[in-house]
Design a protein around this ligand. Sequence first.
Ligand code: NAP
Length: 300
Amino acid sequence: MTAEVIDGKAFAATVREKVAGHVARLKEEHGITPGLAVVLVGEDPASQVYVRSKGKQTVETGMNSYEHKLDADTGEAELLALIDQLNNDPAVHGILVQLPLPGHLNEDLVINAIAPEKDVDGFHISNVGLLATGQKAMVPCTPLGCLMMLRDHHGNLSGMNAVVIGRSNIVGKPMAQLLLRDSCTVTIAHSRTRDIEEVCRRADIVVAAVGRPEMVTGDWIKPGATVIDVGINRIDAPEKGEGKTRLVGDCHFDSCAAVAGAITPVPGGVGPMTIACLLANTVTACCRAHGLAEPEGLTA
Ligand code: NAP
């Protein structure tokens, strides 16, 4: 079997188009422009790239982008004061604090200071609890993007065996909650799981969110299964020249694609969906804030 490659880049473009359509309608019919505030503390190069990209795509879909760049030595009180100001700003519908924060700042404290209804990353403890209890929540962007691609590919996920490899708060756990909500039978595998290959071989859906380059190989995959590769790992690529690197996922693409029914590539799979879902969450937050109907197809 040769797997169908799920094109996350193209899918993300359709999500952004839908977002832009909803934004245009919000402006035209209600005079409301959704706004996303992104807070970056320090100068981590990867975070700077992400924040720039988020700001650019926010503006491209017609929303207002508010960027707040703070020095690496910013104190907790100053950061909390900014979050309080954004919580109370009616022009701001979504707030994202770029992680990781510098070591002297308590991430849990900072994230939980964001008003839950503006927490477009879905990391606030209230949103985690709402998702776990099947209530209306803000859903973390990466798992939401994975869910959208799975629903688009399969239609109905009910009754499917899903294995999520990884139990982080930002990907693995919320992914498992979302799959459970769509009536999958869900197993969460992690570094202590025994016979992990065998556990994976039973799965109709494998979501890998580990951070280990090409760990999942074709012999872990049931023929015809769908493989969603969340991992983003940079490895040496001497074949491209001295000192060159390339991105790979947590799944060994060629061997998995030879067995799977469908697979997301890295790059061009889950990655582009993450920012698209951040934009979708911002529109959803804006609609909820104004008591308007939520955009269809953009929420869990
Ligand atoms: P994380 O917090 O480091 O969690 C990794 C998980 O993998 C942990 O639960 C860990 O298990 C598990 N694990 C580690 N080694 C394992 C092994 N040998 N076998 C089975 N499980 C193992 O990472 P994360 O933040 O969830 O991110 C995971 C990957 O996704 C990374 O490559 C990251 O860059 C990528 N990512 C991509 C996006 C995107 O937009 N595409 C977004 C977020 C993250 P224990 O809990 O037992 O230690």
